[in-house]
Design a protein around this ligand. Structure first.
Ligand SMILES: Nc1ncnc2c1ncn2[C@@H]1O[C@H](COP(=O)(O)OP(=O)(O)OP(=O)(O)O)[C@@H](O)[C@H]1O
Length: 264
């Protein structure tokens, strides 16, 4: 079951933050949403998640996500937000368990402990499980947020049932090892039948881990398609104002920065 957006538009204070965006994303694939600061990536993800008011339509797994009951949404899609604030002294395990709230009172609640353990393992934070979240570093907190999203979708991930994982700049605070770990986990979720949409600024990571890219420019869809065919040096220079090269590795065309003065 695909994720399908038709003419999704978000307006705030008379400005179109997302402007008529339409696309489909298939299960088993990772879609990277790219774009300069302020292009509308976070707003688009929040609209897909059904968390903000938007026009148009967003459909996933037979559900119309705009205005759907929160519990129905939470069963099948999880959003890892860009910023994860935890002002109170909650423990890591407790915060990851918050991902299970949508399953309370359902037969799935029997999976809660296993789901939390799986989330902690996926994010590589088992050793932090007993820590208080406000004492964690920024990157450690970001991994807690990934674990919570993973625990939320655990039942469907395990069953191979349709699930949508939305990750908003999940690697922004992570060291290189954990950037790759989290994006490898995202690929594993997709390989298990999930649909993964991830916003990224790092074009190299996008070219390594995404199957497709969608480029936003001032709220509009500037390009969408397979990574190598879409993320060309010309497109990158026009939209991102940087000069990049590509190098083949592992059967993929990896985007890498070039010295800007030399290449200009
Ligand atoms: N509630 C709001 N009211 C008015 N403008 C908003 C609101 N939320 C976001 N914006 C504006 O909408 C635009 C898109 O914001 P958004 O956070 O979606 O961008 P982004 O592509 O995720 O950016 P970044 O890469 O910097 O995280 C920005 O210009 C932002 O200032």
């Amino acid at each position: 079951m695909s994720l399908a957006l038709a003419d999704v538009t978000v307006e705030r204070a008379g400005r179109r933050l997302v402007d008529g965006v339409s696309f489909a994303a298939a299960p088993g694939r990772v879609l990277a949403v790219l774009g300069p600061n302020g292009a509308g990536k976070t707003t688009l993800l929040a609209a897909i998640a059904g968390m903000i008011a938007a026009r148009g339509s967003v459909a996933f797994d037979g559900l119309s996500c705009l205005g759907a009951p929160p519990r129905a949404l939470a069963e099948r899609r999880a959003l890892m937000a860009q910023h994860f604030d935890c002002p109170f002294g909650y423990g890591v395990r407790e915060v990851v368990a918050l991902g299970r709230i949508a399953h309370a009172g359902t037969p799935r609640a029997v999976n809660d402990a296993e789901a939390v353990a799986a989330g902690l393992a996926a994010a590589g934070i088992g050793a932090l499980a007993g820590r208080s979240v406000p004492t964690l570093s920024g990157g450690e907190r970001q991994r807690v947020a990934f674990a919570k999203a993973f625990a939320q979708l655990f039942d469907r991930i395990r069953a191979g049932a349709p699930h949508l994982l939305l990750l908003d700049e999940p690697t922004a605070s992570l060291d290189p090892e954990h950037q790759h770990r989290i994006l490898a986990q995202a690929r594993a979720v997709a390989a298990g039948g999930g649909t993964v949409v991830v916003t990224l600024h790092d074009l190299a990571l996008a070219s390594i881990y995404a199957d497709e890219v969608l480029v936003l420019e001032r709220g509009r869809l500037a390009a969408h398609g397979p990574v190598a065919a879409t993320l060309t040096p010309g497109l990158v220079a026009r939209v991102f104002k940087v000069v990049v090269g590509t190098a083949g590795a592992g059967g993929r065309a990896i985007i890498h920065p070039l010295p800007q003065t030399e290449a200009a």
